[in-house]
Design a protein. Structure first.
Length: 361
């Protein structure tokens, strides 16, 4: 793990954590708006970006402008693409924000939202529901959809990791929780593999979900994730100053009046809640929680006071643009968004490993 920054000869740290700069905030907002316009304008039916921007203004109360779009194009924009783009904004924001929070809590730039078994738990939950429905057993014909099963499975995996992390004592250190998460992930993944091996007819449907997707027929998925996204954002952003203090080490953080373990618990629980909600509506979309926070850390510095808000904005924009590539790069066949993020994330790991020693977390 990276060591905290050391003070210079005069006792003053050579790089003090800085707050959020207005220029970076403006860049994040503009990037987000640009990603939204591109995501709404391009697809199987291209729409003029200018007309899309005007039509979005028409959604504001009291605004009535001529966008030049036909009724059919307006229907495509507002009923099909807008819910998908908004869902992408929420999912991307949650995964990137959770990634930044995990990296600060664990003091490890390789920490990821799936670290504590979230992906494995969600995958097992969805697999169980799909398989049990396929059996035709009336006992299991309940109104439990894949999103709810993923949500329950993800939170259950986090709880299991939490309990396992305390098996060796009451002090759940970051390293202990990481190892517990790996163990839980392996165990739950084995359970998912067993279910699939016994029910080969369900493999295609399960894999379609695990590869990640943002397909939505309306605003239902957005409404499902919205309250969890809001709660996670408020809690994590409220803790961003504490994360800056944690970078100096637990002993010094305690001397400054901070309770390191309590702050970590709050961050891990909040980040896991947001991740579970995102996974429940989008499937397993990896690497967002590593690519976005680490890139911002290289560009803006190590301060979480700026890193977390910017991760929220740029993470949302990143996933909308990635989804645009997934929708358009494959022609008539849509590429699973998880495949696109994996293509981007795999080489990015090399960059993280090369800069791990040089960039503090």
């Amino acid at each position: 793990m990276p060591t905290p920054e050391r003070s210079g000869g005069d006792g003053v740290s050579p790089r003090r954590p800085a707050g959020l700069r207005p220029a970076w905030l403006a860049a994040g907002v503009l990037t987000l708006l640009g990603a939204m316009i591109l995501g709404l304008a391009f697809g199987s039916v291209p729409l003029p970006p200018g007309g899309v921007a005007v039509e979005m203004l028409n959604l504001l109360p009291g605004v009535r402008l001529d966008s030049g779009l036909t009724d059919r194009e307006v229907a495509i924009l507002t009923e099909l693409r807008l819910p998908r783009v908004v869902l992408g904004l929420l999912v991307g924001a949650m995964l990137a924000l959770a990634g930044g929070a995990y990296q600060g809590a664990f003091r490890n730039p390789l920490a990821d939202p799936h670290l504590l078994g979230v992906a494995a738990g969600a995958g097992l939950g969805v697999t169980a529901v799909i398989v049990l429905r396929a059996t035709g057993d009336g006992v299991f014909e309940l109104p439990i959809g894949a999103p709810m099963a993923a949500f329950v499975g993800a939170l259950g995996a986090v709880a299991l990791t939490w309990m396992l992390g305390a098996a060796g004592g009451r002090d759940r250190s970051p390293a202990t929780l990481i190892l517990a998460g790996v163990a839980v992930s392996v165990f739950l993944s084995a359970g998912q593999t067993y279910l699939l091996q016994r029910n080969l007819d369900s493999v295609r449907e399960v894999f379609s979900w695990t590869l990640g997707r943002l397909s939505t027929a309306g605003w239902h998925d957005v409404l499902v994730i919205l309250p969890y996204a809001a709660l996670t954002s408020v809690i994590v952003l409220a803790q961003r100053r504490e994360l800056d203090v944690l970078t100096v080490g637990d002993a010094e953080a305690t001397s400054l009046g901070l309770h390191p373990q309590r702050s970590r618990y709050v961050l891990i629980i909040a980040a896991s809640l947001g991740t579970a909600a995102a996974v429940s509506v989008s499937g397993l979309i990896g690497f967002v929680g590593i690519i976005v926070p680490h890139t911002l850390r290289l560009l803006t510095g190590p301060s979480y006071r700026s890193l977390l808000p910017l991760s929220l904005l740029f993470g949302a924009a990143f996933l909308v643009l990635t989804d645009l590539v997934a929708r358009t790069a494959g022609g008539d066949a849509e590429i699973p968004i998880g495949v696109v993020t994996a293509f981007l994330g795999a080489p990015f790991f090399v960059l993280v490993l090369r800069t791990n020693r040089a960039v503090p977390t």
